[in-house]
Design a protein. Structure first.
Length: 48
C-alpha cells in the first residue's frame, strides 16, 4: 500500500501561497491514534 507524503504535500501548498482550509479524514475512532495523527500534522506544519 502506498502512503501519502504529507510533508511534500504541505510544503507544495505553502510554496504556492495556499491559505485555505483542509480536512483530513481519519479512519479510526481510537482517540489515541487520532491524537497522534494530529501531533504529526502539527509538527509538519510548524516545520514549513
Amino acid at each position: 500500500m502506498a502512503g501519502i507524503d504529507f510533508a511534500t504535500v504541505f510544503a507544495a501548498l505553502a510554496n504556492v501561497g495556499w491559505s485555505g482550509t483542509a480536512t483530513l479524514e481519519i479512519g479510526t475512532e481510537d482517540y489515541d491514534t487520532i491524537a497522534l495523527g494530529k501531533r504529526y500534522v502539527k509538527e509538519l506544519l510548524d516545520a514549513i
